[in-house]
Each structure stands twice: as C-alpha cells, then as structure tokens.
Design a binder for this molecule. Structure first.
Ligand code: ZN
Length: 502
C-alpha cells in the first residue's frame, strides 16, 4: 500500500505476508512482465521529474503553485499526460503506473519526514530516477483479477495472467477459501533472475495458547559457535550452533565476484556471473532465515513467556571497527530474532519480554548473586567470586534472562507493532546512564586489564572510574559487543584467514 492509504486491520485479524516463487506459463508472459516493470519505472520517473521541476520552479519563483504529493493528485496528473508521454500505456495494467507513483509518494514523504526529524532511523535522501540496470523490477497490483487458483499451483495477476507457483500455495489458499484471509495486494518482483509474488493479506487469527503457558525460557544470543543458548524451564540448557552461511559460501563467492569484476558491465558474461552471485547470496540468506524461524517457532509454540536481551544490533554492526566483526554480526542474523519472536509469541498467545539493556546477564552468577566485575571476553567460563563455582558464561546468561524480573524494555505484545508483524517499536532507554545516551566510540577491543574481582558483599553496579566503557557501570551494550568481538575471533577462524589473504 502506498503512503496515505490508511488501512485499519480489524480486531482479531493480523497482517501476514506470503511469498511464492513463480514462473511464467507462456512465452509472452516474460515479455509482459518486463514491460510492466518498465511501465512502473517509467511512471515513477515521470512523476519524479514533475515534482523536481515544480520544486526547482518554486525555488526561483515562490509564486508558482505547489504540486501536490498525494497519490490521487499525481495519478490524476499522470492520467492527463499519459497519452502524450506514453502513447503505449494501454499495453500494461494501470496498476503498473499506479504502483510506481505510489512508491514515489512514499519515498517523497520518507524524505520530507526524515528531513524534518519526524522519522526514526537513517536519513533518507531525495528519491532518485530509476534506471533499468539499477532498479529491481517489481510491480504491485491492488485491484483487478488477482487470485490464487484452486489447484494450489497457480496464481493469477491482472493482464499478466496465470503464473505457476513453484511451491504449493496451500497455506494461503485454504485460508482464502474458508474466508479466513483477505488478499490486499500482490507484488510481482524479480530477485536475481527469479520471479516472486508477494501476497499481502490479512488473516483471521483465532486465539491460541502455547503448550506450556506458565513456563519461561531465556535466550542468550551471540555470533560465535553458540549462536543461541536457551535456558529451558526445566533448567536444561540447549545450545544452537551458528548457521554460518557466510563461511559456507564465501570461498565460492569470492571467486565468482572476481570473475564478474573482470567482465564488461551489461555483457552476457556479466549477467551470468551476477546470477551465480545472486544464487550464492540467496543460499546464505535462506540458511540464515531458516535458522531464525526454526528457533522462534519452536519456542513460541512451547512457552508462555520468552525473555531475550535488548541488543543494539545496529550499533554493533555500525561502530565496531573490524570489518570481519561487523560482517559476522550481520551474517548471524541475530537482529531478526527479536522482531520475529515478537509477532510469533503474539500469534501463539505467549508474551515476549525484553530485558533491560544494561542488565549484566553474563557476569552475575545466577542464584548466589556473585558478580564478576571484570569478566574477560575470552572467558567462556569463570569462577564466581562469592561461592567459587565455575560458571558457564552463556548458560548462566540464559538462565539469568529466563529468571529476569526487572524492568522490561518494551511492551512488545498486544500493541499494533506485533499485529503488523513484529516491526520493533522504538525502545526507551531504561538503564541508568545519568541521562546520557550510550555512544560507542572507536574500536572495542578486548581490554587488557587485570582481573578486578568484586568483594563478596559487592554484588553489582558500583560506579567505576573508567566511565561508560567499563561494564561495571552497567554499559551492557559495550561489554556485550566486546564479548562478541572476542567470540568472533575465537569462533570464526575462517573470517580471519580471509581477511589476511584478501
Ligand atoms: Zn556464585
């Protein structure tokens, strides 16, 4: 849906996306598909040219009337001009032009909101003209003859017609047939020479209860070999290995990327190498996504309460200096776990708690409360200063999270975000940082400091002299990142090897 279209999801329904890989059933469809992608791009570029011309004219002479940025206004302008600028317009569905203009409207609003500070996240630039080689082909249909065929093998789009799905469409088709799902739009898009149809739907969602509604579990996420460590309710510890998709594909990927760089852009060889590269990247992404879904579905079906920690993945990926580290943060896909859990727990009738970002789950001994002030990052196990027990770092952290009773970072469940599919809400900074925002500066290397063991009566959070970088003050994010830096060094020798040889 484009910007400005406000759609209220009815009570008891949730928004869901379904994606099917499809292939053309006739020879003409391939051409038709390309035409629609081009038509969308053309309308987008035409509308952008109008907006820019208007902005330029108004910069010179403020008396020039402003061109409205709404979808109806721009569509109207397009409909008046299309006979002149695109006499071939009848060959494509009107939805192709509408989707190009709608996306431009969304982009313009993102830009102006970002400029005015009304939009969180990265700054958004002014929309750019799309070129065929740089724009991914896509077109969205919101009206017309679009449906899933009863044979569960085909989808029908307006003008383009029947496309064969490579996968059975049963999971959506039976909901539609029973009236438990409504299709809002279908988007045909191209990813690495493959065609996909994304179906945006709302699904009637009966309330469910997890298998163990009163049980809790805690998850400690990392980017090392122990990707996720889960403390179950019965106190068993489950360790899930890292999917390591990059390690699996990077050697081949490097060869193919070099091959491609030696070929002429736009040539057949270049296209072939690009397709190979895309296939490798798709495999890595699939491995990663699969792992996240496997973990989150199993847990959300089972537990009434799931506790995760509040990691600032974006900051980890941004500020942590070493490229290999940033890459392993991105490749581990741990940023996906929390939003996925947010909507899955809501679906299954459980709840997700996000522990306060400054909770030192790794260095507080669960049970006795002994606190190791300066836990070195390489230490996978440490001796509790209070009771002398050898503590397994990740298992202890997961248990601490499971038993977390302190402040919760965000009420993830029950709000519209969970209903929208787990788009994370902006998280209020709960930890006591003296009102100061937490800033990561420079490289966070494992600090070569002496082991400062807290006294027996010293449980935690004593202000220290080294400022925010010192984990003892509760700077959870920095110490977590450091821990991860180290585990990356330990766990992924492959990354280091490539870095040296690169
Ligand atoms: Zn202890």
């Amino acid at each position: 849906m484009g910007a400005g279209q406000q759609f209220e999801i009815p009570q008891g329904w949730v928004a869901r996306g379904f994606r099917f890989e499809v292939e053309a059933t006739t020879a003409e469809q391939q051409e038709l598909t390309r035409q629609h992608f081009g038509a969308r791009r053309f309308a987008h570029n035409w509308a952008l040219a109008q907006v820019r011309a208007n902005l330029d004219a108004r910069a010179v002479d403020p008396a020039v009337p402003a061109l409205g940025w709404s979808l109806p206004a721009l569509r109207k302008a397009w409909n008046q001009a299309k006979q002149q600028v695109a006499p071939w317009w009848r060959e494509c569905s009107k939805e192709a032009y509408a989707s190009g203009i709608a996306d431009l409207v969304a982009a313009l609003h993102n830009w102006s909101d970002s400029k005015a500070g009304r939009r969180a996240g990265r700054r958004v630039g002014f929309p750019r003209f799309k070129a065929r080689r740089r724009d991914r082909g896509r077109v969205r249909f919101t009206t017309g003859a679009m449906r899933l065929e009863a044979d569960r093998r085909h989808l029908t789009l307006p003008v383009i017609g029947r496309l064969r799905s490579k996968e059975n469409t049963r999971r959506l088709q039976r909901l539609v047939a029973k009236g438990q799902a409504r299709i809002l739009s279908m988007t045909l898009s191209e990813h690495g020479r493959r065609l996909f149809v994304s179906v945006a739907t709302i699904v009637c969602h009966p309330s469910r209860t997890p298998a163990e509604p009163d049980a809790r579990c805690g998850i400690d996420l990392g980017i090392g070999h122990q990707w996720a460590v889960i403390a179950h309710d019965d106190d068993t510890i489950q360790r899930v290995a890292h999917p390591a998709p990059w390690v699996q594909t990077h050697i081949k990927r490097r060869r193919v990327a070099r091959q491609r760089s030696r070929r002429i852009v736009g040539s057949r060889g270049h296209r072939q190498a690009s397709a190979k590269l895309a296939a490798l990247d798709r495999r890595a992404a699939n491995l990663r996504t699969n792992q996240v879904h496997l973990l989150t579905t199993t847990l959300a079906r089972r537990y009434g309460t799931i506790v995760v920690e509040d990691l600032d993945i974006a900051a980890m990926g941004r500020g942590m200096g070493r490229r290999a580290f940033r890459r392993s943060v991105a490749q581990a896909g741990i940023g996906k776990v929390r939003p996925t859990l947010a909507y899955k727990t809501a679906q299954q009738g459980g709840r997700l708690l996000v522990a306060d970002r400054w909770f030192a789950s790794s260095k507080t001994h669960r049970g006795c409360g002994g606190y190791l002030a300066d836990l070195k990052l390489s230490q996978r196990a440490w001796a509790c200063p209070r009771c002398g027990t050898i503590v397994d770092r990740n298992a202890n952290a997961a248990r601490n999270l499971r038993d977390w009773t302190g402040p919760v970072a965000a009420a993830v469940n029950g709000d519209r975000d969970a209903q929208r599919g787990g788009v994370a809400a902006p998280v209020p900074c709960v930890g006591d940082h003296g009102g100061q925002a937490h800033v990561l500066r420079g490289r966070a290397r494992p600090q070569k400091t002496t082991l400062a063991v807290a006294r027996a009566d010293d449980t935690r959070t004593k202000p220290s002299s080294t400022g925010a970088r010192n984990p003892e003050q509760g700077c959870r994010s920095a110490c977590k990142s450091q821990m991860l830096t180290d585990s990356a060094t330990v766990a992924a020798p492959g990354l280091l090897r490539t870095r040296r040889s690169a």
